[in-house]
Design a protein around this ligand. Structure first.
Ligand SMILES: Cc1cc2nc3c(=O)[nH]c(=O)nc-3n(C[C@H](O)[C@H](O)[C@H](O)COP(=O)(O)OP(=O)(O)OC[C@H]3O[C@@H](n4cnc5c(N)ncnc54)[C@H](O)[C@@H]3O)c2cc1C
Length: 384
């Protein structure tokens, strides 16, 4: 079996690693536009529910990731300048995106995956130039702007919709004590900072505001550097005077990408190329890697019949994945109305609304996992 993977992000590398681990004789090659030491973004969260799946799929890469992660038991949510600590009895962890890619690149190379870095393709036909024109399977693991998906958009049944909020992904050398979400009103606008430490020297800082704020306060007329400076001023107490760091950190609106069909002929999609998962649930990488697990399982189970393998991948994985995608949709719809919630709710009620926004957490689970928070909420409601 010859497998050509377009995109050497988390999903493409992980799929390739799993395939070579299970079938060392297969020819598995990855085509990645960036150099091995370049990527977008900073650190990403990997929750421990996802880590258990990664451990089951491949213990060696899981152990290396866990070793490079920074774990945390609590998150602080700040609304109307009141910080509320949410203690978790499960551990969440964060890892530098580049560290994650380096682990997967190294293990891929050890397992015999061929990595072509610094090679961007504009269309799957261009794979022929790398000797991959005869691949049995072509995997689109090439992220949100996937060329594999775009080449067969009508066969995949692709839909794309733009959210209205605006965001940019920064880093900072301020190593925060705990992950936090800060909701801040300023000059009639509504601003959000999502930040978490991911190494001994760096934190991720995602800056966001709603569209009404964007236009009313003139962010639409600012250059990216001015927007960055505005967030540095607004969140100076948290940043303690340190600047935000840009890594191709352009301001954009999140594209919601969906595909009615996951495969077309020998072409198949995984990760963000298939379904963009909103950053507010902190699970896009995990979801992308679980797509890789499902596709690897299906290809290995049906190694003599590629169409059957691709059909099995979609049939078995789609219902499981849909639950996370539904959660992502409820989460971004909540953020799309952030100004309304910030104006309406006091700190305790706001945290409650935030934590129940995806429908995956109900009152019973909140009482079990966050009893102190629920006591505080009950007191606030009684007072009100
Ligand atoms: C602000 C923000 C914060 C986030 N935070 C988190 C988080 O905390 N936790 C989490 O789990 N997820 C997070 N995510 C989501 C996460 O980054 C993605 O879901 C994840 O990277 C998807 O992995 P992927 O491999 O499918 O795609 P990508 O990571 O996008 O990888 C695609 C790869 O394909 C390459 N490529 C693209 N086109 C071509 C081409 N034509 N030729 C060759 N190569 C190509 C790219 O260079 C890239 O390396 C966040 C996303 C954003 C925007």
């Amino acid at each position: 079996m010859k497998v050509a993977v377009v995109g050497g992000g988390p999903s493409g590398l992980y799929l390739s690693l799993l395939l070579r681990r299970r079938r060392p004789g297969w020819d598995v090659q990855v085509v990645e536009q960036n150099r091995p030491d370049a990527t977008f973004g900073f650190g990403v969260v990997l929750a421990d529910t996802g880590l258990a799946q990664l451990h089951q799929a491949d213990a060696a890469s899981h152990d290396a990731m866990v070793h490079a992660m920074r774990f945390n038991h609590s998150q602080t949510i700040v609304q109307r300048e009141v910080p509320i600590a949410v203690q978790r009895n499960v551990k969440g962890g964060a890892i530098e995106r580049l560290a994650l890619l380096h682990i997967l690149q190294r293990q891929c190379e050890d397992a015999g995956v061929v990595l072509h870095h610094g090679r961007r393709i504009e269309h799957p036909d261009a794979l022929a130039g790398l000797g991959l024109g005869d691949a049995d399977v072509v995997v689109g693991a090439d992220g949100i702007n996937s060329v594999v998906r775009q080449a067969f958009a009508s066969a995949f049944g692709t839909t794309q919709q733009q959210l209205t909020n605006h965001f940019a992904w920064y880093g900072t050398e301020r190593v925060f004590e705990t992950p936090a979400l800060v909701f801040r009103r300023h000059d009639g606008g509504h601003f959000v900072a999502h930040y978490y430490p991911y190494s001994a020297t760096m934190s991720t800082f995602v800056a966001e505001c709603d569209d009404a704020t964007w236009r009313r306060l003139g962010l639409d007329r600012m250059a990216d550097a001015e927007r960055q400076a505005l967030f540095e001023r607004l969140f100076a107490p948290e940043l303690q005077g340190l600047p935000l760091i840009s890594n191709k950190s352009t301001w954009r609106q999140f594209p919601v990408i969906r595909n009615a069909h996951w495969h077309h002929g020998r072409h198949v999609l995984i990760g963000d190329a298939l379904t963009s998962a909103h950053f507010s649930i902190g699970s896009g990488t995990r979801i992308a890697m679980t797509d890789a697990i499902a596709l690897a399982e299906a290809l290995v189970a049906h190694e003599d019949d590629v169409p059957a393998a691709l059909a099995a991948y979609e049939a078995s994985h789609r219902p499981r994945k849909q639950k996370l995608i539904d959660a992502s949709e409820r989460s971004y719809n909540w953020y799309e109305r952030i100004g309304e919630w910030m104006d309406r709710y006091g700190p305790e009620e706001f945290v409650y609304q935030f934590m129940t926004r995806t429908g995956r957490v109900d009152d019973r689970r909140l009482r079990e996992q966050f009893p102190a928070l629920m006591d505080r909420l009950a007191r606030a409601r009684a007072g009100a």
